[in-house]
Design a binder for this molecule. Structure first.
Ligand code: TRP
Length: 462
């Protein structure tokens, strides 16, 4: 949907069109892969509660601010900040560079999904499910087929993205996603219902839904806020770009509410499908980012017709990952076009090369390039470093800068006026003003500082 800057700005037809497009980019591996493993890691129910509270307050306010910034200026993120105040163009530049760091490792995980899809298609589900799902770690560390296999599947997924961007199939993908996304949701609900028949599942449900306050730490808040930015595609300029394609008469507040509800519901559902089952299998909090790849094959292996359901499920996940990865890559491509004024095809070439190079660093980080980064990588090598630096450091910093920019540089009324353009009501205007001027920047700074100190084991205030 997002067109070249230089062409006449197309716009979304109405609220439904806008919400569907933004939701398709928001729902992806963030919901299906990252939310469940963070929930397990940070103690189950307590993380879910903190996440929901931060999503409806911080996530919601920031998304309104970003969409309104985009619609007000009609520009993508780099130009939007500079247009309103020349001195602050650099905030947009940093935000725009985040997708460049995310898309390579996103494609590495997309590669795992593609591999899992191919394995289940060829009837190898039992291999994935054996030994408590040990295959995942053995596979990514090269113990099974060397490092060439994980590299190959990463490149297959990455090239699929590049292909989509080159031929510009976003329209087709969008149409397809209107059918496949609901299908994925139905399957997730069906799988979860089936899981209630598994032994020990109820204990897992209690772990997932019952908050245990003793597990709260500075890390919980930093983890939750990083997940909100990642999952709702915030603090990287993407919602600014989406906003620039929105018509004036569409309500920003209602659209934002719809997008954030859809994204949060999908995440919680994905958690329900993965976290309790993993808990009852004893995978618990120690397995980190492999959770989805280790626990679900075991569920499918026990399920009647699991051999047929598993490949369909992984295909749908693959599709959800692809839609998000394509719009991430599309952002990277348009950033180079904007910044360097180069041709789109050259920009695609440069982006593809960077994508492959940085992605290979993540793949090899599980193999020969494995290094111990301590708390920093949370046991996931270079992939963990890219993930932490973007979501737990850069994005909170960009979010704080955005709040300060909106609250004190251009002043908050510029944004609230935009939300109210053409007679749209802004029900939570007062709350929004307080959030952006005081609560968001102060709390985000506190979360960032205490979260980092906690992560590095310097000290914990909880
Ligand atoms: N929100 C996406 C997910 O949950 C990931 C993502 C982050 C993204 N930023 C984006 C997708 C920008 C598209 C565009 O997986």
């Amino acid at each position: 949907m997002i067109k070249d800057e230089t062409s006449k700005r197309a716009s979304f037809s109405g609220r439904l069109g806008f919400v569907m497009a933004a939701a398709a980019s928001a729902v992806g591996l963030g919901n299906l892969w990252r939310f469940p493993y963070l929930t397990s890691h940070y103690g189950g129910g307590i993380f879910v509660i903190v996440y929901i509270i931060l999503a409806v307050t911080f996530g919601f306010s920031l998304m309104i601010a970003e969409i309104a910034l985009g619609r007000k200026t009609g520009k993508s993120c780099i130009s939007a900040f500079g247009d309103l105040c020349k001195k602050y163009k650099w905030i947009g530049v940093i935000a725009a560079l985040v997708p460049l760091l995310i898309v390579p490792y996103y494609c590495v995980i997309g590669g795992w999904v593609t591999k899992w899809f191919s394995m289940t298609v060829t009837g190898d589900l039992s291999t994935l499910a054996a030994d408590g799902g040990a295959y995942w770690w053995d596979y990514i560390t090269g113990n099974i087929a060397g490092m060439s296999d994980p590299t190959l599947w990463f490149i297959i997924f990455a090239m699929l993205c590049v292909f989509c961007v080159v031929v510009g199939v976003d329209r087709g993908i969008e149409k397809l996603s209107k059918i496949l996304m609901p299908l994925l949701l139905f399957m997730m609900i069906g799988i979860t219902i089936y899981e209630f028949t598994l032994p020990g599942f109820w204990d897992g449900v209690v772990f997932y839904l019952n908050p245990d306050v003793s597990k709260l730490s500075g890390g919980t808040f930093l983890g939750a806020i990083s997940q909100i930015f990642y999952s709702m595609s915030l603090a990287m300029g993407i919602m600014i770009t989406y906003g620039s394609y929105m018509k004036k008469d569409v309500s920003i507040e209602k659209s934002t509410r719809n997008i954030s509800v859809i994204d949060t519901v999908v995440a919680i559902l994905a958690g329900f499908m993965i976290v309790p089952a993993a808990f009852s299998m004893g995978l618990g909090d120690s397995k980190g980012m492999g959770l989805m790849f280790m626990s679900l094959p075991q569920v499918f292996a026990q399920m009647p017709a699991g051999e047929i359901i598993a490949p369909i499920f992984y295909l749908l996940v693959l599709f959800a990952a692809l839609t998000s990865a394509v719009s991430l890559l599309e952002t990277v491509v348009s950033v180079f076009v904007d910044l360097k004024k180069i041709r789109r095809n050259d920009s695609i070439g440069i982006s593809a090369v960077l994508l492959v190079l940085l992605g290979i660093v993540s793949v090899m980080g599980f193999g020969p390039w494995m290094t111990n980064f301590g708390a920093f990588d949370q046991g996931a090598g270079w992939l963990g470093i890219f993930d932490t630096v973007t979501n737990s450091i850069l994005m909170p910093v960009i979010a704080i800068l955005t709040c300060v920019f909106v609250g004190y540089v251009i002043k908050v009324h510029v944004i609230t006026d935009e939300v109210e353009a053409e007679g749209n009501a802004f029900v939570s205007k007062r709350v929004f003003e307080y959030m952006i001027k005081y609560i968001c920047p102060i709390c985000l700074a506190a979360i960032l500082i205490f979260g980092l100190l906690d992560m590095f084991g310097v000290f914990s205030v909880y």
